[in-house]
Ligand binder design. Structure first.
Ligand SMILES: [Zn+2]
Length: 224
């Protein structure tokens, strides 16, 4: 059995590594998990002893094949829980991440499969994150997406996915009327990255650090 903390490290290594396509450094992990570097080093050593990570001095860590299986299992738990809480327990989509962060370590495979069945095996969670299937394969996506922070003025896009680490940024976006499926028009990109968009509810200016979390697909002229 792995502890919840170990599982959180594995999830963090998977998430950061996928975003940067590189080995994950101790300082990146420390930042992400909000702990000190010595704490990270000692935990990474434990994970290495269990064969879950591969560590190279000064170059950071990657997950082993076994580590990646663990990461995908936790993501399956997490994303199905988020979907279940939203669909069946009337949670707002912006309030489920932290709840799922706690529960993901404790649901059995049996419960996970029952949740998947009750939801009819969804491919994405309420934030647009792909859910690994029962064989831990991620659904294939052939659509090109782009971060809102790199959009151009006049672009028409539809929100596909919101990258998040907590509920805070989700609540911010929920209040701004921005969630997966919503169409946006990029009105203005100001210096220092302030992005102004038109949502179906009105204009919203988003700081760059929030715009960077939003993955969008372009809407073709015909659909506008
Ligand atoms: Zn989440």
């Amino acid at each position: 059995m792995l502890s919840a903390v170990m599982e959180d490290y594995i999830k963090a290594i998977y998430t950061i590594g996928n975003d940067t396509d590189e080995r994950v450094s101790t300082s990146e992990l420390a930042d992400y998990l909000d702990v000190t570097s010595p704490t990270v080093s000692s935990m990474v050593k434990k994970l290495e002893e269990r064969g879950l990570v591969d560590r190279e001095e000064y170059r950071g860590v990657t997950l082993t094949e076994e580590g990646e299986v663990v990461a995908l299992e936790i993501l399956r738990h997490h994303r199905l829980l988020e979907s279940f809480l939203t669909e069946h327990l009337d949670y707002d989509w912006a309030d489920v991440h932290e709840e799922a962060d706690r529960l993901e370590h404790h649901v059995s495979d049996e419960l996970t499969e029952r949740i998947a069945e009750a939801l009819d095996n969804p491919g994405v969670d309420p934030h647009g994150d792909p859910i690994p299937d029962a064989d831990l394969r991620l659904p294939e996506v052939d659509e090109q997406t782009r971060r809102l922070s790199s959009a151009a003025e006049g672009d028409h896009v539809v929100v596909r996915r919101i990258r998040h680490q907590g509920d805070e940024e989700l609540r911010y976006l929920s209040e701004a009327g921005i969630e997966p499926g919503v169409e946006l028009e990029i009105v203005e990109i100001a210096p220092f990255g302030l992005v102004t968009v038109r949502t179906p509810e009105g204009k919203q200016s988003l700081p760059e650090e929030i715009a960077r979390l939003i993955e969008t697909a372009s809407v073709s002229e015909a659909e506008v």
